[in-house]
Write a protein that binds this ligand. Sequence first.
Ligand code: ZN
Length: 257
Amino acid sequence: MSQLVFSLSVDDGHPLDLRIAERLVKHGLRASFYLPIRNAEGPPVMTAAQARELSRHFEIGSHTLDHHYLTRVADGEAWRQIIEGKTELEQRLGQAVTGFCYPGGKFHGRHVRMVKRAGFAYARTIKNLYSDAGEQRFTVPTSLQFYPHNRNVLIKNFISQGSYTRRWPALQAIITEDDWLMRIYRLFDHLEQHGEVFHLWCHALDIERLQLWRALDHFLGFVARRIPPSRRLDNAGLIGDRRRNVALVFPDHEKVM
Ligand SMILES: [Zn+2]
């Protein structure tokens, strides 16, 4: 019998994350939201009050201070982005923040060391096509992004990210499927048979721009029918920091907002 675990990461702290949260509550699923304090790329970030409300039901991780790619700034600035992103978010939430996500998935070894030194318990990447939580707490991979990537992008990502032996089975399972959304369902089916973790990630702004709300809602409903509550984890739960695994909210229990 499958023991597949499901987790969802939502990046960038856009106010529309709250709409994703509503759907997660509806389906009784957990997720981890990664928030920068500001987004230098332009899109708005939710208010402190909204972040606090979200943190009552979901894990909130840090996504730096300004959403700067760490590999594009000097080391001193990278450190400031990491440490101040953490402390400012903790002040806003009034609680410790133990999860981190590298903006753009970009980092070098020295950034991993900075994230550890700042006191985080784990860090997430955007490496895809993984069927488990990886071995390293500070380079936690994902399975797939909820985004209409075409086949060439998937193949390019596959080639650029390495770990070919581990990632090939997932690519092989989905690459013959023409439709991007069907690929996500197919990967779920594949991992249910052969994997340990399905880790989906997304940006609320993509969902809005591409009008994927119904598609996302259907997929989350499908996940809720296939994965029992005990195997719906946030990323803190995924990496074994169970103390931080935020309690699951069930439909009709409480309105998120
Ligand atoms: Zn981001």
